[in-house]
Each structure stands twice: as structure tokens, then as C-alpha cells.
Design a binder for this molecule. Structure first.
Ligand code: SAH
Length: 345
């Protein structure tokens, strides 16, 4: 029989396990600290736990570690990791260093079930959700790389790697709880961004759960037909529903929303596209992050020229909407947004 991953147990579960086996309950707290705060990879590394207790643990549990399969470094300092999971599947996680920040871009699923036509990950079908520990371990891995390569700790986390985080909501939430807990990494939730293609029901759920992290929505078009043509699931989760969920999010969290937006030639580079975005931004306090398109070799998608980007920026600014233009990082190693597709395999 496969042994259970010990990290699927809560601290209460561990305490109960020890009591049942005739040990002191506080051993559960010690083991929990080894597993999360100290991120050990082997039960025998728990040096303040006696051998008999470790043996009791080993007879029932394993630690399913992730492994770095390969590391690629970009000329701009971006580092892309192929991460091997215990069942042999692979995801990618990226470290993006800037002068002021060390950002981890992490994955929430192996592949993705949504089929955004411009995204490389969409070409991999969704294999499975990541467990909370697999999400957490990516952060631990990137944090070690920050220290090793830059002598600085990780400062920010974005769920912009592979997968749709809101389609794996419970595990993402559990991972974030551990990342932000003093018994885990103790990071501030304000430094975590969950990026979603926009699943209205789950955005409402996040608002009800009063989550403290930030929300980014991959909008790309504020016109129903256009958005459906590039993000086909928009036919089911319509813009109207998305809008309503975002209003609900703001009312309940008072947290402003970031819209991620790529401008493509002939798709969303016209004045009516810009006007629709301006109107959409008025529903709830928000800002727009225009992102550079990273080609995935599909002739239908071509980054719009600078004058289109400038027009977007001018009109948004005239309407008092904060807008930034984000240049891609790590393009030379296929580590940029939408390029994560396990190419190295
Ligand atoms: N599923 C989530 C998170 C992963 S994608 C989401 O959709 O938000 C992270 C960001 O990269 C999203 O804003 C996505 O729209 C964008 N993206 C996807 N493919 C891209 C590409 N080829 N070039 C630039 N950005 C892309």
C-alpha cells in the first residue's frame, strides 16, 4: 500500500497520531515545524525527534519531495526551473529578480484546463492539480535560489505560472496559508498575487473567504465576442458575470484589482477596444497592466505596435486609470508569461 504523504496532515492530525501511538502530543508540533518551517526532505532529518518516533512515522508516512530537474538562466537574470513531482510529472517555476524585488512565479496545476488561444500552457492538457506542499515547495526552492544567486530573500510571489489557480482553489489557499503563517514562511499576503483568467464563482468565494492576497485578472478584452474568440471559456463565464464578481470582490475586500492585458494586432487594438476597457475599469477600483505578448508561434497573434500601446496608455491615463507596461523577462529561455510548456522535456 502506498504510504501517505505526511504533509497532508494538519498539526492537529499529527498531535492525534502521536497520542494514539502513546507519545506526547507536542511531538506533533515539533514534527510540523520540521515539515514546514524547516522544510526538511527526509524524516530522519528531525534531529530532536527520537529514533523510535521517527520509525513510527516512517512506517506510515513518506515525504513526497519535489526535485529540480533542470535550471535555465536568462541573460536578464531570470531563472526557470523545471520541477519534477513525485509521480514524474513536471511543472515550471520562475525566479524574476529586479533591483527592488525578488519574485517567484509559480505553478498551480500540471497543464491547464482552460484553452486561452495565446498561451503555451494551454497546449498541454490539464494532468492534475498540485497539492499544497507542491505549491509551497516551489516557493521554498525559489527562495533558496534568491539567497544563493542574489544574497537576498524572496519578496513577492505571483501565481502566474502553469495552470489556473482558481480551478485548484482549495490547495492554492492551503499553500498560501502555510506561506503566510508564522509556522511556515511568514510572508505577507500583500506580497502575493493570484492571477486568474476569471472564474466568477470562485472570485466571489475568495471575497467570502476574506482572503488577504491580491487579485489579478487576465482580461485581454472587455468586449464579449472578442474575449470569447481568444479565451473560449468566456462563452460560459461571461464578462457580465465576471464584472459582477469583481464588484462583489471589491465591496467585500476593498482590494483593488489588476487587469492584465495584452494588445494584439487586429484583435483588440482599436479605439472601441480601449473604450470598452475604460468602461470595464470603472466598475471597481482597478489598474491595468499591459503586458508584452510572448510569441508562441501562432500567426493569429502578433503583438500590437507601439502606437497602439501608447494610445491605450494615453486614454486610460486621461480617465485616471493607472496603467503600466510590463516588459517580458526571461524570453530567451521561454520563461516569460504564457511560455511555460515544459519545452525542456
Ligand atoms: N491562469 C492564470 C495564470 C497563468 S497565466 C491566468 O490566466 O491569469 C499568467 C499571465 O500570462 C496571464 O495574464 C495570461 O493571460 C498571460 N499570458 C498567457 N499567455 C501569454 C503570452 N503568450 N504572452 C504574454 N502573456 C501571456
Amino acid at each position: 500500500m502506498d504510504k501517505k504523504d505526511i504533509r497532508s496532515l494538519s498539526v492537529e492530525d499529527l498531535r492525534a497520531f502521536f497520542l494514539e501511538k502513546g507519545f506526547e502530543a507536542f511531538r506533533g508540533n515539533q514534527v510540523y515545524e520540521w515539515l514546514w518551517k524547516k522544510s526538511i526532505k527526509d524524516i530522519d532529518q528531525m534531529t530532536n525527534i527520537s529514533k523510535s518516533i521517527r520509525d513510527a512515522l516512517k512506517s506510515e508516512f513518506v515525504i513526497n519531495n519535489i526535485e529540480i530537474e533542470s535550471v535555465q538562466k536568462s541573460t536578464d537574470g531570470t531563472v526557470k526551473n523545471a520541477i519534477k513531482l513525485h509521480d514524474g510529472l513536471t511543472v515550471e517555476s520562475v525566479l524574476i529578480p529586479t533591483k527592488t524585488r525578488m519574485t517567484a512565479c509559480i505553478s498551480s496545476q500540471v497543464g491547464c484546463s482552460l484553452n486561452c488561444r495565446f498561451c503555451a500552457t494551454a497546449r498541454l492538457k490539464r494532468m492534475r492539480n498540485l497539492n499544497p506542499d507542491e505549491i509551497y515547495d516551489q516557493v521554498v526552492t525559489i527562495n533558496s535560489q534568491c539567497l544563493e544567486f542574489h544574497d537576498k530573500p524572496l519578496t513577492n510571489i505571483v501565481f502566474m505560472g502553469m495552470g489556473e489557480p482558481l480551478m485548484n482553489y482549495n490547495n492554492v489557499l492551503k499553500a498560501i496559508e502555510k506561506i503566510t503563517s508564522p509556522t511556515g514562511l511568514g510572508m505577507s499576503p500583500k506580497r502575493i498575487v493570484v492571477s486568474t483568467s476569471g472564474v466568477p464563482k470562485m472570485i466571489k468565494k475568495m471575497a467570502d473567504d476574506k482572503v488577504k492576497f491580491k487579485l489579478a485578472v487576465s482580461l485581454h478584452s472587455a468586449i464579449e465576442e472578442t474575449r470569447t474568440s481568444i479565451m473560449p471559456f468566456n462563452e460560459k463565464f461571461t464578462l457580465t458575470e465576471l464584472r459582477n464578481s469583481l464588484i462583489y470582490w471589491y465591496e467585500n475586500t476593498k482590494n483593488r484589482i489588476t487587469y492584465e492585458y495584452v494588445v494584439w494586432e487586429g484583435i483588440n487594438d482599436k479605439i472601441e477596444d480601449i473604450n470598452a476597457l475604460v468602461e470595464f475599469c470603472k466598475f471597481a477600483p482597478s489598474k491595468v497592466n499591459l503586458i508584452q505578448y510572448n510569441s508562441i508561434d501562432d500567426p493569429d497573434f502578433v503583438q500590437a505596435n507601439n502606437s497602439a500601446i501608447k494610445l491605450y496608455m494615453d486614454i486610460l491615463e486621461k480617465n485616471n486609470i493607472t496603467v503600466t507596461f510590463r516588459r517580458s523577462r526571461g524570453k530567451d529561455i521561454d520563461a516569460a508569461c504564457g511560455q511555460l510548456a515544459n519545452k525542456s522535456q
